[in-house]
Design a protein around this ligand. Sequence first.
Ligand code: HEM
Length: 420
Amino acid sequence: MTTTPGSGFFAGLLDPAHRANPYPLYARIREQGPVRLGQMPVVVLSSHRDCATVLRHRAAAVERHHASIPLGPTPVHDLAGDRVGELSGTTSMLFRDAPDHIRLRRLVAKAFTPAVVRGLEPRITALADAALDRAAERGELDVVADLAYPLPITVICELLGVPLDEEPLLRRWSMLLARSLDPISATATGGRPDPGEMVRANNELHDYFERLIRHRRARPGDDLLTALIAAEESGDALTHDELVSTCALLLIAGHETTVNLIANSVLTLLRHGHRHHLAILRTASAFAGPVIEESLRFDPPVQLVPRIARAPIALPGIEIAAGDLVVLLLAAANRDPAVFADPDRFDPARGDRHLAFGLGQHFCLGAPLARLEASVALTRFAQRVRDPRLADEQPPYRDHVTLRGPARLPLTFASITPLR
Ligand code: HEM
């Protein structure tokens, strides 16, 4: 155990007690400036300037072999330090540097052009309305389970060509694997699921996509999976392992994050002081854009991302050495008073200088889709749900550190307006 202030703050970050509101802790970490965790090759950055600089820096890599300490998600060790297995999936673009990163990203980028995403709007609207119709019938609405989850999971399953009746299987694997993005030391706090369980979930998800790919090879469809298989078959554009990893990445990135964006947005709007934004949304759907951008800044679904320095990086106040793991606290950067005046105030008029989707080469590929899904969900919610109130002012949070969001968000409401 190290005893520097940095390591104390970092332990706080992993502590479930801070999950519901980590922002006072982030403010303290940011005031400290860049910190090194004791003698470890781990640096935590929390200002907007430092995070943005590293995200754009040529020496900031994502491939884990550059690190001077062994890093998750592969291999996985239990608390006693014994190796329990490996998480595959690190051949996807998220964990690759150029030139492989560029090759893999280009293949998938075609599926997320603004035109393709715009074309999904009627389907997303129909899904949001169907979710609200079901809630109206039951007379109950948990924003997470009934709206925020079904929307993005259905969209990404339909894009990929995953049969929706298999979604419950995917939900469990995805939930476990989303936790593999948490900082390694989460293991030390006991805040992480059993590593063996994570390895099994990883293997089962990969076996699942292996089977689906075999099936789709025999019967091509009109989906992203078929397009990626064609790329794999056409030469060396995509190896089989990369194909499987890409499917797993898209499935997890395509919904675990957007669920949190929708839920965080509703939660913020229903907390005192922000209900008037809902009233505006009811009549002016264009207001959804600014509300979503501010929600991304104020309460980002991805709280941190890692980088590994493959060469020294000099920042004011700290020397990052080659091999250092650099933890970028995006959620702290998004409330940096040097960039955002009165940063703890929710203000949709601010614009989009936040880092919620990252920056540079790995900037979120699904950002246009996420923005559209959240804006449709929020607009339909505002237009159809009458007098929504939080049933619980302090809803429970999932354990996840990196992909942070409420576990449940039950509401009371007067009625849900039926569609004409
Ligand atoms: C609110 C929702 C979302 C948020 C906050 C979010 C956030 C992020 C962030 C911060 C990164 C950069 C990671 C890094 O730099 O290490 C990223 C990358 C990525 N995201 Fe998203 N994401 C969201 C939704 C989506 C959706 C809907 C999809 C796909 C359907 C998606 C697909 C991806 C992919 C493929 C990457 C990797 C890009 C690369 O490595 O070049 N994301 N996302």
